[in-house]
Design a protein around this ligand. Structure first.
Ligand SMILES: Cc1ncc(COP(=O)(O)O)c(C=O)c1O
Length: 251
């Protein structure tokens, strides 16, 4: 299972090669990557099956929920049935009278019609919403790339990044958590960029994942949404640098 983190696809060529060599199925976690691409393929169409998320922090949202993408009819039927108590969903029975039977233990994971309508309306606007995000990203990149205390996101040529998150990675000299708090006092809401699974108590993991830990400790997600004004992006970038330099001066 590969994760297309922050709206940028993983490097899929080597992953698909390994999968083919070992006859493995590939699941794409495209929660953040609706509309993203790898070479000329859309995220979610490269592996065997994928999921996208419509959670509130995603590029298209109806509050919660998501969708499964696959071109495999067997998987599609199974997912539909599992999301609907293990029976054939009502819309597949609408043209004939059929009393369904419960063939497996399913769930109640249906996206409601109301939520679906909200998503469909946004899908129509998705190209313009994405364009706007990318324009704001350009401003962040321009204003932040010269700052020696952070690294801006890397965009590989093979990927079309839809920037569900714009996260910078701070140099260890900067106290990320203090930075979040001091920016918050000025009305600038930032967040940790990502978690590290290897230290989450639930996994009882003995794995050591130094890069994952590094990103957990030093990454910082900046505000990004299509309704954000360009001037606000500039203010965030300036405040971020100001607060970083304040920390550096104190040391
Ligand atoms: C990479 C990734 N996978 C899965 C999820 C979970 O998606 P959902 O909240 O729709 O279950 C998220 C975010 O919430 C995510 O960022």
């Amino acid at each position: 299972m590969v994760v297309h983190a922050f709206g940028q696809t993983a490097d899929m060529d080597p992953i698909m090669k390994i999968a083919q060599a070992h006859r493995l199925k590939v699941i794409e976690d495209a929660a953040c990557a609706l509309g993203a691409g790898y070479r000329n393929l859309p995220a979610g169409s490269i592996g065997d099956i994928a999921a996208v998320s419509f959670h509130a922090r995603k590029n298209i949202t109806c509050g919660e929920g998501g969708a499964v993408l696959t071109n495999n009819q067997k998987y599609a039927d199974r997912v539909r049935s599992l999301s609907c108590f293990g029976i054939k969903p009502a819309y597949q029975r609408q043209h004939k009278f059929e009393i369904p039977s419960f063939r497996s233990l399913g769930y109640n994971y249906k996206l409601s019609d109301i939520n679906a309508a909200i998503v469909i309306a946004q899908l129509k606007r998705y190209p313009s919403l994405t364009k706007r995000r990318l324009a704001l990203v350009k401003i962040y990149d321009t204003l932040l790339k010269e700052c020696p205390y952070l690294t801006v996101p890397f965009h590989p040529k093979a990927a079309f990044h839809v920037y569900q998150t714009y996260a910078v990675v701070l140099k260890p000299a900067i106290d990320r958590n203090k930075l979040i708090l001091s920016l918050r006092e000025e009305g600038v809401e930032t967040q940790i960029g990502t978690y590290s699974a290897c230290i989450q108590p639930v996994y009882h993991s003995t794995d050591r994942c130094p890069r994952s830990l590094y990103l957990y400790r030093h990454s910082l997600a900046l505000p990004l949404y299509p309704g954000l004004a360009e001037n606000d992006v500039k203010t965030v970038a300036h405040k971020l640098k100001e607060h970083i330099y304040r920390q550096v001066k104190r040391k």
